[in-house]
Design a protein around this ligand. Structure first.
Ligand code: FAD
Length: 395
């Protein structure tokens, strides 16, 4: 069987590997010029702690050993579904028996005045990181727009490079989708103390000013933050243009079933571009699980993709923060264990006697215990008194 995998991010590379191991003839076409690399670890390159080659997951020798034909800098621009032929941006035709779309997501550039000025960066690819690193060296002033997981990682890495960093965030505390207000406040305090990050929040970015290059971020209240570079870390959107133009069913992502089949049974979709049961994933673990499920489908196995609760951790050295499940949901009880002075905070949300969400700050050693409880949906009544201490044996 001839399989074309479109997109050589973590999901595409993993799926290509599994298919090649199973004996398929695999072509892996990636728009980026780089070999497949670990996108999750880009912050280490941004911080100057690693160089790009250290992130490569599938080098030439491995691809050769697997028998994968890898086409870098190859953007697939059209799919002729009737003929089962893909076409790349240079016009080359790539025939397939089955295609797997793994085009991931792209970072959102806010449509603000000045957003396209030189010196305004996105944070998604190794090329973005190299460009940012050049701009940020030598004590530059950086403004990171967005205080979510990615924005904070970018800010901490830039600070490590020697930049003076301000984070502009629209919500009242950072990582508001993963953290409650108390954990968010502890995080802002710790990043201010250990990484010298300044926070402007809640604050809305209105424009980026500059003649030939970004020179200042202007807030909605009129304040101006002078800068040498701006990083926009305000979210991602699934890359679905190819699938949409090919006439596949696309909602936010490419609609797939548990076998990862799109509305065309000869085409599967995996990773951040896929939508399963109304949800699009934004983390690498589900993207890789989808890759495994798609490879199993194409090998004729019946395994399927089963969603697990998402868990998020901030990859900033020395900062222990973890969360999973629903954060501050309506109609849920909260159990809190907090010692602000010691920088410790733990909040758990329960509904109908079961754990539905958890935030751990300062000490994340018990994360596997809570993730297991979330995934199993086991009632907590038998050990409720020990729940906040992660003690399942407590009466
Ligand atoms: C800086 C950073 C840090 C992160 N940290 C974490 C973390 O700590 N934990 C976590 O779980 N997740 C993290 N993520 C998210 C994680 O990287 C993604 O969930 C993961 O990369 C998704 O994999 P994917 O293969 O679906 O998509 P992507 O990684 O987006 O890969 C898609 C690839 O397809 C290519 N492509 C797109 N269109 C085409 C086309 N038409 N033809 C050919 N190729 C195409 C793209 O260029 C890209 O290379 C982080 C992301 C970033 C940017």
């Amino acid at each position: 069987m001839r399989v074309l995998v479109i997109g050589a991010g973590p999901a595409g590379a993993r799926c290509a590997e599994r298919l090649a191991e199973g004996g398929a003839r695999v072509t892996l076409a990636g728009a980026e010029p780089a070999l497949p690399y670990d996108r999750v670890s880009l912050g280490r390159v941004l911080a100057g702690e690693a160089e790009a080659p250290a992130l490569i997951t599938h080098g030439p020798a491995r691809l050769r050993a697997l028998g994968i034909r890898f086409l870098p800098a190859t953007r697939i621009v059209a799919l002729d579904r009737a003929a089962r032929v893909a076409r790349d941006a240079r016009g080359a035709a790539l025939p397939y028996n089955r295609a797997v779309i793994a085009t991931g997501s792209e970072a959102v550039r806010l449509p603000l005045p000045g957003a396209a000025l030189p010196g305004v960066f996105l944070y998604r690819s190794i090329a973005d990181v190299h460009a940012m690193r050049r701009a940020a060296s030598g004590g530059a002033r950086a403004v990171v727009v967005g205080g979510g997981l990615l924005g904070l990682e970018a800010a901490a890495s830039l600070s490590r490079l020697g930049a003076r960093v301000t984070v502009v965030h629209a919500a009242g505390h950072p990582m508001e989708r993963q953290l409650d207000a108390e954990a968010g406040a502890l995080l802002a305090r710790e990043l201010g103390a250990t990484r010298r990050l300044r926070f402007e929040m809640p604050a809305v970015t209105a424009a980026i000013e500059g003649a030939a290059q970004a020179e200042a971020v202007v807030l909605a209240d009129g304040r101006r933050i002078p800068c040498d570079l701006v990083v926009m870390a305000v979210g991602v959107r699934p890359s679905v243009a190819l699938a949409r133009e090919a006439g596949l069913v696309v909602r936010r992502g490419i609609a797939v079933d548990a076998a990862m089949r799109s509305s065309d049974p000869a085409i599967l979709a995996i990773g951040e571009c896929a939508e399963h049961e109304g949800e699009v994933c934004g983390l690498v673990a589900p993207a890789l699980a989808m890759a495994e499920a798609a490879a199993a489908t194409l090998r004729g196995a019946a395994a399927g993709y089963a969603k697990r609760p998402d868990a998020a951790a901030l990859k900033v050295a020395g900062v222990a923060v973890w969360s999973a499940g629903e954060i501050a949901p309506a109609a849920a009880e909260a159990v809190t264990l907090s010692d602000e002075e010691a920088g410790l905070h733990r909040r758990l949300w329960l509904r109908e006697g079961r754990l539905v969400g958890a935030v751990l700050y300062g000490d994340t050693a018990d994360a596997p215990f809570y993730l297991d409880l979330l995934a199993s949906g086991r009632p907590v009544a038998p050990f409720r008194a020990g729940l906040a201490f992660a003690r399942a044996e407590a009466a």
